[in-house]
Write a protein that binds this ligand. Structure first.
Ligand code: PEP
Length: 217
């Protein structure tokens, strides 16, 4: 099916040795499929290799300048990296990123030639479609979205298939990935109704992630 499968390693693992070890174990399967590995940016240069797609987990909204600690989309692109996750709920909530900043990041990423994967999703108790409407209102229709309800991220409580189907049809012709407690057991169900997956915790387990990749037949 050649669906897009994104591995979001978040702030893991803690050392480059462990990152290399994990990468070595998933590399061959990742080569076969449409997989994008998003390790911590500082590890990218040590991991990048021919044939594997890489992404980053965030970027800044300016090309260069006096912005201590930030990494620009142009810098990312210059490494040969083509994807960027933008607006992950951990960045929206813990780092207080706003919809406005997210739009600026998307615009700068596109200008630099990166493909953004923009995370959207509601918290428990919120109205899904109201939240999504607000999050996507200024996002171009050809940008890839990852529907990641906050209550499903890292909780083991993945979203019901019916809910993801409703979201997919609400988002009409947009490309939509699902993310939230994806594992090798539930991955085939989500792959059937979406354009791919954004995998967090399970992407750090080489056996589990390889099984997820190989679900896409
Ligand atoms: C994520 O990091 O976007 C995510 C969905 O995490 P997990 O798969 O661990 O729920």
């Amino acid at each position: 099916m050649n669906k897009l499968i994104i591995a979001n390693w978040k702030c893991n693992p803690p050392t480059i040795e462990e990152a290399k070890e994990l990468f070595e174990k998933i590399k061959d399967n990742a080569l076969e499929k449409n997989v994008v590995i998003c390790p911590p940016s500082i590890f990218l240069s040590s991991l990048i290799c021919e044939g594997i797609k890489f992404g980053v987990q965030n970027c800044f909204w300016k090309e260069k300048g006096a912005f201590t600690g930030e990494i620009s989309p142009q810098m990312i692109k210059s490494l040969g990296v083509n994807y960027v996750i933008i607006g992950h709920s951990e960045r929206r909530n813990i780092l207080k990123e706003t919809n406005e900043e997210i739009i600026q990041k998307i615009n700068e990423a596109v200008r630099a030639g990166l493909t953004p994967i923009v995370c959207i999703g509601e918290s428990k108790g919120e109205d899904t479609f109201e939240v999504l409407n607000n999050q996507i209102k200024d996002i171009d229709e050809n940008i890839i979205l990852a529907y990641e309800p906050l209550w499903a991220i890292g909780t083991g409580e993945s979203a019901p298939i019916e809910k993801v189907k409703e979201v997919k049809s609400f988002l009409k012709d947009r490309k939509v990935l699902y993310g939230g407690s994806v594992n090798s057991q539930n991955a085939p169900n989500y792959l059937e109704i979406t354009d791919g997956l954004l995998v967090g915790g399970a992407s750090l387990n080489s056996e589990e992630f390889s099984k997820i990749i190989l679900c896409d037949i």
